[in-house]
Design a protein around this ligand. Structure first.
Ligand code: HEM
Ligand SMILES: *[C@@H]1O[C@H](CO)[C@@H](O)[C@H](O)[C@H]1NC(C)=O
Length: 332
């Protein structure tokens, strides 16, 4: 289950399921039934077993049917039964998460939308989860990004501040049962909803923490070309279309280390808002107005991914990529 978390982070909106695990790039291109918008729907770990818990069934349905196809629950307001650490709070499994999410909201949202820390939290969730592929015996959304020395890896530059803050969340809330992996993934969800237009996403807890540093070489790099990126994500059970949807998280992104002379330049014109303008600005925009990563431009223009990219860049892009009609799934 832990390895499935990135799909829950950034809403991919198509609902055509077909198996994608382990397929290599050449096979994707060879498929004459490859359709734009195809979603992997692959299952992992205990989700493959015949016997699922109620929560496991919900996760399976989200992965295979799409977020709109399941009952999101009440989504209503939640009042904690007591102060953090009180016996009433300790005996209610949601209670600690109310306090974690409340503190995150104060850090990740301001009057303009999501903050630098909110953007960092979204990327941080991706970098913990995506240091894994189907050939890895360990790694994934296991908290190792902050429980090991992974932050010192070059691909994680820029995560120093959110990493330090998240470690303080862990010190505060771990005594009441909150694990690092769950805190990191909840942070990515709160960071996403802090950007106006960002989909509310159902949060799950219960991931197993691991202080062993994740395998290297699993995260994408901005110098990669499109076939390499597609292959990298296929090995994480994402289709090429899933990748195009996921990378739209760069709607809420700034760069600091690709070109330090342009530190703070954003990847679209309004990084505090979760809108689809990132797709059109990457496709046709000027690399001086916004900062266009080589990798994003490559996906925008490559034969296999350009159709999906143009769909999101088009006039219905916002409703297809991050539809407001999708039921709100963020609940405490
Ligand atoms: C093609 C795959 C990807 C590549 C090559 C890539 C690369 C990068 C790079 C180079 C930066 C700038 C880092 C810096 O210099 O500070 C960045 C920022 C960011 N990325 Fe990605 N990324 C990819 C996919 C994703 C995905 C799938 C997500 C989320 C689901 C994501 C979320 C973010 C966010 C939110 C930021 C902004 C962080 C900030 O403003 O501090 N990225 N990415
Ligand atoms: C945009 O400019 C930056 C340097 O500021 C460079 O690293 C990047 O590759 C350029 N993007 C494209 C698509 O050429």
């Amino acid at each position: 289950m832990k390895k499935a978390t990135i799909l829950l982070l950034c809403a991919a909106t198509q609902a055509v399921a077909h198996p994608g695990m382990g397929r290599v790039m050449a096979e994707i291109q060879a498929r004459d039934d490859f359709v734009l918008g195809a979603r992997s729907g692959s299952l992992l770990g205990d989700l493959l077993s015949g016997v699922l818990t109620a929560v496991g069934q919900v996760i399976k349905d989200i992965l295979q049917l799409g977020t709109g196809a399941i009952d999101p629950g009440s989504g209503g307001s939640y009042t904690p039964p007591g102060k953090l650490g009180s016996s009433a709070c300790n005996s209610d499994t949601l209670c600690v998460w109310y306090y974690v999410a409340s503190q995150m909201w104060g850090d990740f949202a301001d009057a303009g939308g999501c903050t630098d820390l909110g953007r960092g939290a979204i990327r941080q969730g991706f970098h913990d989860a995506a240091a894994w592929d189907v050939n890895s015996a360990y790694g994934g959304a296991d908290g190792s990004l902050l429980l090991s020395d992974e932050l010192s890896r070059s691909e994680n530059r820029g995560l120093e501040e959110i990493g330090a803050l998240t470690k303080t969340y862990y010190s505060t809330y771990h005594p009441y049962g909150a694990g690092m992996a769950d805190i990191i993934q909840l942070g990515a969800i709160v960071g996403t909803v802090a950007c106006p237009g960002g989909p509310r996403i159902r949060a799950f807890s219960g991931r197993k923490d691991n202080s062993r540093a994740a395998p290297t070489g699993k995260l994408p790099l901005p110098a990669m070309d499109a076939p390499t990126l597609i292959d990298l994500f296929v090995k994480k059970t994402f289709t090429a279309s899933d990748l195009v949807a996921l990378v739209g998280a760069h709607t809420a992104a700034k760069q600091r280390f690709v070109d330090p002379s342009r530190a703070g330049a954003s990847l679209d014109t309004d990084p505090q808002i979760w809108d689809a303008s990132f797709y059109s600005e990457t496709l046709t925009g000027d690399n001086k107005t916004t900062f266009i990563l080589h990798s994003d431009k490559a996906l925008a223009t490559y034969s296999v991914t350009q159709g999906q990219w143009k769909t999101f860049a088009g006039s219905s892009g916002q409703s297809l990529w991050s539809p407001v009609s999708v039921v709100s799934l963020y609940e405490w």
